[in-house]
Design a protein around this ligand. Structure first.
Ligand code: EPU
Length: 442
C-alpha cells in the first residue's frame, strides 16, 4: 500500500507533549465508513444524488476519484455539498491504482454490476490488519447470477441478463459485504434475503438512504435483511451519520488523560458497548439525544473486552481502548475476534512503557502507573489513533511517524484535539530525513 504514499506524506509526523487532561466539547464529523457506501450508491441512481455529512478525508477523495473515473459527474455546489450524477457513467471499471490505496473501493462492484451487467474491479491486496479477502462478496454476487473470473489481478463480473434475487447466508458477518450485496440487490430482479447480515449503523444508514431514493429494503439493523428489487432508483438528498468511532476516540482522549470530554453530533445508541465498558472502568457517562460526555475516574479500572460485530464492542475501537487499559489499575484482557492481525500498535505502546503480552488473538495488558513519550510509528488508521491517545497521556514528547494513516479516518484531528487543550502539532520533517525514510521502505 506504500506505493501511493508520497515522500511528503512519509516525512510528516505528529508531535505531542502529553500529560495534560483534555476537557471541553468537540463536534463529531460524518462517518467515513458510512459515507463510502453512500458514495458508491450514486452509481445506482438515475438522477443526481446530493450529499451532506461527508467528511474531508483521503479515503473519501479516493472514492470520489473512482466514481469520476467511471464517467460520473462529481461536483460541489455553492454550499460545498457534494453532488454525484452517474447518468453519464460509462466505464464500469475500478483500476488497481485506486483500489490498492483503499480496500473499500470494492464497494463499487455490486452497484456497477447490477447497473451495467458487467464490471471489472481490481482485486484488493492484503493489508496491515489481516488478509481481508472479499470471497463472501463474490459468492453472494454469484448466487445472484453473476459469472466471476479473476484474471490479471482483476475481478471480471458478468451478468448479461441482469442479476436476480437470491438467498445469501454469510459465513461470517461482513460489513462492506452486506453493503455491496444490498446495493446489487436493489436493482436485481426479485427478492434477495441476506442471513447473518451486518447490523452496523453504517449498514442502516445505507438502507435508509437507498429507501429514500426508492429502494425496497427491510430488516436492516438486524441480521436478516430482505430486499425486493426495483426497476430504478432516483436521485435525491442523503446524509452520512456521525462517526461513532471518531466520537469514541475523542471520549477516550478525555478518559486516558484524566479529563472530561463531550462529543456533540453523536448518537449514544451507536456506542452502547463502548460506553458500557467506560462505566465498568469507573468513568462517568452522560448522554443526551445527540451528545455524549465521558469523565475520567481518579484511576481507571481494568476490564476485559472482546471485539464483536455490532452491537458488540467494535474492532475499530480495540486499539484505542487498549491504550486506555495500559494505564488502568489491574490486568485487562483484550480479545480481537474480527481481524487476525490487528495488534500492530502493541509493540509501539510497549515502546512507550506499556506492559502488554500477546497470546494469539488475546492481548494481556497489565496497567502501569505512567507512559513515557517516545518515537513511534503508525501502522494503520486505528493503531495511529491509539498512539495519539497514549501520547496525550504520556510524560514528555511523543513523535508519531507515518501519520498519513490517521488522515484516512480523522478529519482535522490536531485542530479538534487542540480545542480540547492538547499540545499537538504536525511537522513536515526535513530534507535530511528523506533518505532515511526511503531506506526503511527498502
Ligand atoms: N471477511 C472474509 N471474506 C469476505 C469479507 C470479510 O473473510 O468476503 C473477513 C475479514 O477478513 C474480517 C471479517 O470477515 O476478518 C470482517 O470483515 P468485514 O468484511 O466486516 O470488514 P470490512 O467490511 O472490510 C469494515 C470497515 C472496517 C471495520 C470492519 C469491521 C468500512 C469501509 N470498513 O471493513 O473499518 O474494521 O468493517 O467492523 O466500512 C477502519 O475504519 O479502520 C476499518 C478497518
Amino acid at each position: 500500500m506504500h506505493a501511493a504514499v508520497s515522500v511528503r506524506d512519509l516525512m510528516e509526523s505528529i508531535i505531542i507533549h502529553g500529560g495534560k487532561p483534555l476537557t471541553g466539547s468537540v463536534e463529531t464529523s460524518g462517518a467515513k465508513n458510512a459515507a463510502l457506501p453512500l458514495l458508491a450508491a450514486a452509481i445506482l441512481a438515475d438522477g443526481p444524488v446530493i450529499y451532506s455529512g461527508i467528511p474531508h478525508l483521503k479515503d473519501i477523495t479516493t472514492m470520489m476519484t473512482l466514481i469520476a473515473h467511471q464517467g460520473a459527474e462529481v461536483t460541489f455546489d455553492d454550499q460545498s455539498r457534494l453532488h454525484i450524477d452517474s447518468r453519464t457513467a460509462d466505464r464500469p471499471i475500478a483500476p488497481y491504482e485506486l483500489v490498492k490505496t483503499m480496500r473499500a473501493s470494492a464497494l463499487v462492484l455490486g452497484p456497477l454490476l447490477t447497473r451495467f451487467g458487467h464490471a471489472k474491479v481490481s482485486l484488493p491486496g492484503g493489508c496491515a490488519i489481516g488478509a481481508r479477502p472479499i470471497d463472501m462478496h463474490l459468492k453472494g454476487l454469484e448466487a445472484m447470477g453473476a459469472i466471476i473470473t479473476v484474471e490479471h489481478g482483476y475481478i471480471a463480473a458478468d451478468a448479461p441478463n441482469g442479476l436476480h434475487g437470491a438467498r445469501i447466508v454469510f459465513d461470517q458477518v461482513t460489513v462492506t459485504g452486506t453493503e455491496n450485496l444490498m446495493m446489487a440487490a436493489v436493482l436485481a430482479k426479485g427478492e434477495t434475503v441476506m442471513e447473518n447480515a451486518a447490523a452496523e449503523p453504517e449498514v442502516v444508514n445505507l438502507a435508509d438512504s437507498l429507501r429514500s431514493l426508492g429502494a425496497k429494503i427491510e430488516g436492516d439493523g438486524t441480521h436478516r435483511i430482505v430486499i425486493q428489487g426495483v426497476e430504478r432508483i432516483s436521485g435525491g438528498e442523503i446524509a452520512a451519520i456521525p462517526d461513532r468511532i471518531e466520537a469514541a476516540t475523542y471520549l477516550a482522549a478525555g478518559i486516558i488523560t484524566g479529563g472530561d470530554v463531550t462529543v456533540t453530533n453523536s448518537v449514544p445508541q451507536d456506542l452502547e458497548a463502548f460506553l458500557a465498558q467506560v462505566r465498568i472502568c469507573g468513568g462517568v457517562v452522560e448522554t443526551g439525544e445527540d451528545w455524549i460526555r465521558c469523565a475520567a475516574p481518579t484511576r481507571l479500572q481494568a476490564t476485559d473486552v472482546s471485539t464483536m460485530p455490532h452491537p458488540g464492542f467494535p474492532t475499530d475501537l480495540q486499539a484505542q481502548f487498549m491504550a486506555m487499559m495500559c494505564l488502568a489499575d489491574g490486568t485487562s484482557t483484550i480479545s480481537e475476534t474480527i481481524f487476525e492481525n490487528r495488534f500492530m500498535h502493541v509493540q509501539e505502546l510497549v515502546r512507550m512503557g506499556a506492559d502488554i503480552r500477546l497470546d494469539g488473538h488475546l492481548a494481556i495488558v497489565r496497567g502501569v502507573g505512567k507512559l513515557s513519550g517516545a518515537e513511534v510509528m503508525a501502522t494503520d488508521l486505528r493503531a495511529s489513533a491509539s498512539l495519539v491517545l497514549a501520547g496525550l497521556a504520556a510524560e514528555g514528547e511523543t513523535k508519531i511517524s507515518r501519520v498519513y494513516h490517521i488522515d484516512r479516518g480523522y478529519e482535522r484531528i490536531e485542530e479538534k484535539l487542540r480545542k480540547l487543550g492538547a499540545n499537538i502539532e504536525r511537522h513536515s520533517g526535513s530534507e535530511q530525513m528523506i533518505p532515511q525514510v526511503l531506506n526503511f521502505h527498502g
